[in-house]
Design a protein around this ligand. Structure first.
Ligand SMILES: *[C@@H]1O[C@H](CO)[C@@H](O)[C@H](O)[C@H]1NC(C)=O
Ligand SMILES: *[C@@H]1O[C@H](CO)[C@@H](O)[C@H](O)[C@H]1NC(C)=O
Ligand SMILES: *[C@@H]1O[C@H](CO)[C@@H](O)[C@H](O)[C@H]1NC(C)=O
Ligand SMILES: *[C@@H]1O[C@H](CO)[C@@H](O)[C@H](O)[C@H]1NC(C)=O
Ligand SMILES: *[C@@H]1O[C@H](CO)[C@@H](O)[C@H](O)[C@H]1NC(C)=O
Ligand SMILES: *[C@@H]1O[C@H](CO)[C@@H](O)[C@H](O)[C@H]1NC(C)=O
Length: 305
């Protein structure tokens, strides 16, 4: 067989080269032209692709066309230029956006704190987004939800305009935060999210507030409606009329447990960029600084007290 093949290929050469040399020449020219064509085409394709690559590289260049905000170099990872899918940031596309997360516990004044933040026209704190269980069912749903918030695509009553300068949410420690802390810390650190811890110094008052809130859930003291957050001294007075009875045996263990959870959260999240605020301190002195900005600091609340 090998012999046959050999003689066969030999035959081709023998037949084609000497006998039909004009045809062979034509064939060679044709093959040469084809090779040249393919070569030229490949160069064209290469040039087109480098062209498109250059175009692709242009995008960050145009992004860089945003004047660099005057900030410390260490702060650069915490400044973002999101591109929402649902709308265009138009004139404010170059406004840097800061990401934050308020980590807190129930009845620690975080609702009130959020109201203060949201009073600022360019700050959007989207509330207790992870109180809805499906959103915290696993780390992929958590990341998906966070991505949507930080990309300014989360539409809530607190979401602001395209000029939002800081966006975030309120997140209770018992809403998947402690279970998935490793992945969440990775997310915060890689996406440049600043953490605001908000705790209450007086844990006994917090506990009473928890009990009063539980009681009101059924009793509905305010004209048959249950309100987690009161909005007037009058409403607060009505709720304060309720005097819960504390179980003395459980009191100390309960307070200890809250303390431990707080300490654990601080330990877990210590590698993130964070500040620790206490409700009592903010009530006393409402002038505090959260987001250092280009030329000014955001001061809360503006103008008042
Ligand atoms: C909200 O901000 C305005 C000024 O922008 C201020 O007059 C008002 O008192 C603030 N409200 C609260 C609840 O802080
Ligand atoms: C909100 O952002 C806009 C656009 O950058 C700016 O003109 C305005 O002064 C900001 N408002 C406050 C209260 O900082
Ligand atoms: C995460 O939870 C969502 C909603 O409950 C579910 O659809 C999805 O399959 C889960 N993903 C993983 C990786 O478990
Ligand atoms: C209950 O409703 C009445 C009439 O609408 C109102 O005058 C009163 O202030 C309400 N009370 C509370 C605690 O909201
Ligand atoms: C307090 O709690 C403990 C443990 O749950 C229980 O055994 C005890 O009866 C409670 N005491 C009162 C007064 O409810
Ligand atoms: C309130 O806090 C601000 C900022 O930390 C500080 O500059 C100011 O002196 C404080 N005011 C009072 C009355 O403590």
């Amino acid at each position: 067989m090998a012999d046959d093949l050999c003689s066969f290929t030999k035959d081709i050469f023998v037949i084609k080269v000497p006998k039909k040399s004009p045809l062979a020449l034509r064939m060679i020219v044709l093959v040469f032209a084809m090779v040249c064509g393919v070569y030229i085409c490949s160069i064209c394709v290469k040039q087109i692709s480098t062209h498109s690559k250059a175009g692709f590289l242009n995008i960050p260049v145009t992004q860089k066309a945003c004047p660099e905000p005057y900030i410390e170099p260490w702060e650069i990872p915490y400044v973002h230029y999101p591109k929402p899918k649902t709308y265009s940031r138009d004139g404010c596309a170059c406004n840097p956006v800061r990401y934050f997360a308020i980590l807190s516990m129930q009845r620690s004044g975080s609702g009130w704190f959020e109201t203060l933040l949201n009073n600022h026209t360019n700050i959007s704190s989207n509330g207790e987004i992870f109180s809805v269980k499906v959103r915290r069912s696993n780390i992929s749903t958590i990341v998906e939800t966070l991505d949507k918030i930080y990309n300014l695509d989360w539409l809530s009553s607190a979401s602001k305009n395209e000029c939002t300068a800081a966006v975030g949410l309120k997140w209770m420690l018992n809403q998947g935060l402690m279970q998935h802390h490793t992945e969440i810390i990775d997310y915060f650190n890689s996406r440049g999210v600043s953490v605001i811890f908000l705790f209450r110094r007086n844990l006994l008052r917090r506990m009473i507030s928890v009990l009063a809130n539980l009681y009101d859930r059924d009793a509905k003291l305010l004209n048959g409606t249950h309100k987690s957050h009161v909005h007037s001294p009058h409403e607060a007075e009505i709720l304060a009329k309720y005097k819960p009875i504390l179980n003395a045996t459980l009191l100390i263990p309960n307070l200890k447990q809250v303390e431990e959870t707080t300490a654990k959260a601080l330990e877990y999240f210590k590698s993130t960029r964070h500040i620790i605020l206490y409700y009592e301190d903010i009530v006393k002195n409402r002038t505090f600084y959260v987001f250092a900005d280009a030329n000014r600091c955001s001061r809360f609340p503006e103008g008042s007290s």
